[in-house]
Design a protein around this ligand. Structure first.
Ligand code: C2E
Ligand code: MG
Ligand code: MG
Length: 644
């Protein structure tokens, strides 16, 4: 870092020294040239005086010898002899100079006399002495001129050398400085570009090329200030059950799917809207200026609709679903709060079955807090102490024989009291505790069946257990389930696994394989809650199944349709009959859940439903209430004893 200023200091000093020496050399050269010229001029002037003196003297000799018949014009010589002698005599010693001037005056006086025709003949005196003096001064001046000339030449050469050397080094130094500056500029440019690229990469998701979580706050700020007084929305979209897709198909295919998803989602956005990938299978959309109604902006629907068509990955065709949570700046402009609200709404959308978009509502937050409390209590729960199973009979629609018992989990938490399965099962699914809980349920149900067998109960009675998507996708699910049944001496044919259609879809490809494996070992598969959510008959036909359980809500809907005069009273019955026909075509009997009245039971019987389950036939009861054959065969219509 300190090299540059030091070098600049050296260069300045060097330049100063070069300039000083060049100046001195030039000064010496100029002085020497001047001296040489002066000496040369003095020598010439001395020579002129010599010549003028010689001519006057020669004319005088001729005149004195009578060889001149007329006066000679010596005016030019006299002018020379009378001119300023200081230059010509400057190098003489003062006495010699004085003597020379006397002689010059005398000779020029003689010359003047000789030009007068009347004047007597005249021979100037002192010419030889003057010639001597002038020859000395001329020689001295000559020598001085030569020496000064040499000095001038030498110092000029030095100055020239230094000047050219200095110029060369100055040029070199300037070139180097220029090169260094160019290099420094290039380095600064490269550093700037690198920094810009790093900043860009830091806020870009490398897989999809979308802005990432870091870009969320700037995107929200930009959207929020776009028009004062307007509100903007944050949408968080999460693919349902994508983890399983990823695990089943491999991460390369998973990555390709995420890229395809991001492209489809981006294609639905309008100008000014921003799509980001927050991580994993979680995307966000920031929408500026959204209207107050509907609570869920239309963009959410467009995002979900974009994923409807199957995704082609290699030879496979994959279907994906997603859920969306929405938060708006009406609630808060703080990123943290918006994110939390959108997350809570997303969680709620998943909780109600997924493939939906929900806007945040304050009650959701209360529920979210409640699920935190539940998850903590569940993590600390001693299953053998706090859990027990309640059993609800499934009876033949005609005859009322109990064919199986559905095991329904009950939890009495020391801190929270009785917590219903609809409250804690979704939490356990989120935390992953459901795997451990599910193993406990299957173990407890098989152990109870073995106990009834030991007490002389019905050896053909089956027990059904409810299974969650997380359990279904677990690699050990099949072997563990069969091992548990075997350890209790229970024939797999007496075990029924209840799964919902959406659970199978959410759990992914291996869920179907696991169910097939169980079936091949004799375990029966019941599709639970049929008629809720997005039940799809086409999809249903492709699933491994042995029993279809129609949900209470469908039965109630059909019941209310029957009471509406504008509708054909036979239509609901025909719908139920159609379901039965389709299920039976696959060899699957139909159980209708939630039967509470004899009227409902009668209507279901006439629709062809083979089995009934509900408070009318028997409420879920603790195992102790069902001890012995009498217990497992509650009288149809009695409703059985209520749960403790
Ligand atoms: P599900 O499997 O559909 O169970 C039937 C639910 O309907 C039970 O509620 C039962 O008590 C209730 N029910 C039965 N008959 C009637 C009736 O006539 N009228 C009315 N109104 N309700 C009736 P529950 O026990 O609260 O269980 C709720 C859900 O919790 C179950 O629905 C099941 O999805 C889940 N669940 C229960 N136990 C387990 C379990 O061990 N594992 C898993 N994964 N889920 C479980
Ligand atoms: Mg069930
Ligand atoms: Mg059900």
């Amino acid at each position: 870092m300190s090299r540059k200023p030091r070098r600049a200091g050296h260069e300045k000093l060097l330049t100063f020294v070069v300039v000083a020496v060049v100046a001195i050399a030039l000064g010496v050269a100029a002085f020497s040239v001047r001296s040489a010229f002066r000496a040369q001029r003095a020598s010439v002037a001395a020579a002129d005086l010599q010549l003028a003196s010689l001519q006057v003297n020669t004319a005088g000799s001729l005149d004195a010898n009578g060889l001149l018949d007329q006066p000679v014009d010596l005016s030019d010589e006299i002018d020379v002899l009378q001119s300023d002698h200081s230059l010509a005599l400057g190098s003489l010693a003062p006495d010699d100079r004085r003597r020379a001037e006397e002689l010059l005056a005398e000779i020029s006086g003689c010359g003047l006399v000789m030009m007068d025709p009347e004047a007597p003949q005249h021979q100037p005196h002192g010419h030889a002495e003057l010639q001597n003096l002038l020859a000395g001064t001329a020689a001295t001046q000559e020598a001085e001129a030569r020496s000064a000339g040499r000095w001038a030449m030498g110092s000029s050469a030095v100055a020239l050398a230094l000047l050219s050397g200095g110029l060369w080094s100055l040029l070199r130094s300037r070139n180097r400085a220029r090169r260094e500056q160019t290099e420094a500029d290039a380095r600064a440019d490269a550093a700037g570009r690198l920094q810009h690229e790093l900043m860009r990469q830091a806020s870009i998701d490398l897989l999809t090329g979308l802005p990432n979580r870091r870009a969320l706050e700037p995107a929200l700020r930009a959207a929020d200030t776009r028009r004062a007084g307007s509100r903007c929305a944050l949408l968080i979209l999460d693919l349902d059950g994508f983890k399983n897709t990823n695990d089943t198909l491999g991460h390369l295919v998973g990555d390709q799917l995420l890229r395809d998803v991001s492209q489809r989602l981006a294609g639905t956005l309008h100008p000014g809207e921003t799509l980001l990938r927050l991580g994993g299978d979680e995307f966000a959309a920031v929408l500026p200026d959204v209207p107050a109604t509907p609570a869920v902006p239309a963009a959410a629907g467009r995002l979900l609709a974009a994923l409807e068509a199957p995704f082609e990955v290699g030879p496979r065709s994959e279907r994906l679903q997603a859920s969306v949570g929405v938060a708006t700046t009406d609630e808060s402009c703080e990123l943290e709060v918006l994110l939390r609200h959108a997350d809570i709404a997303l969680y709620e959308a998943k909780r109600v079955g997924g493939s939906a978009a929900l806007a945040f509502e304050p009650e959701m937050e209360i529920r979210a807090t409640a699920s935190n409390v539940i998850s903590r209590a569940l993590a600390e729960a001693d299953y053998d102490v706090e859990f027990h199973l309640a059993y609800q009979p499934v009876v033949e629609a005609h005859g009322g024989r109990t064919v199986s018992l559905e095991a329904l989990l009950r939890w009495t938490s020391p801190s929270l009291g009785v917590v219903g399965p609809n409250e804690f099962i979704p939490v356990a699914e989120q935390t992953g505790d459901i795997r451990e809980i599910g193993r406990w349920v299957i173990g407890a149900a098989c152990a109870q069946l073995a106990r009834w067998d030991a007490e002389g109960g019905a050896p053909d009675l089956a027990v059904s257990v409810n299974v969650s998507p997380r359990q279904l996708s677990d690699d050990y699910f099949v072997t563990e389930t069969l091992a548990i049944a075997a350890s209790q001496g229970i024939d797999p044919g007496r075990l029924i696994i209840e799964v919902t259609e959406s659970a199978v879809l959410t759990a992914g490809g291996e869920a179907v394989e696991h169910l097939e494996e169980l079936r091949s070992s004799g375990v029966r598969i019941a599709i639970d809650d049929f008629g809720t959510g997005f039940s799809n008959l086409g999809q249903l036909l492709l699933m491994p199944l042995d029993i279809i359980k129609v949900d209470r809500s469908l039965m109630l809907t059909l019941g209310s349709m029957q009471r509406r005069p504008e509708l054909d009273s036979e239509a609901p019955c025909e719908v139920m009959s159609a379901i039965v026909s389709i299920a039976n075509a696959r060899g699957a009997p139909v159980i209708c859940e939630g039967v509470e009245t004899e009227e409902q039971a009668e209507s279901l019987r006439s629709s062809g439903i083979q089995f009934l389950q509900g408070y009318l036939m028997g409420r879920p009861q603790p195992a102790e209430a069902l001890t012995g054959l009498a217990g497992v065969r509650p009288r149809v219509g009695s409703g059985g004893p209520p749960e403790a």
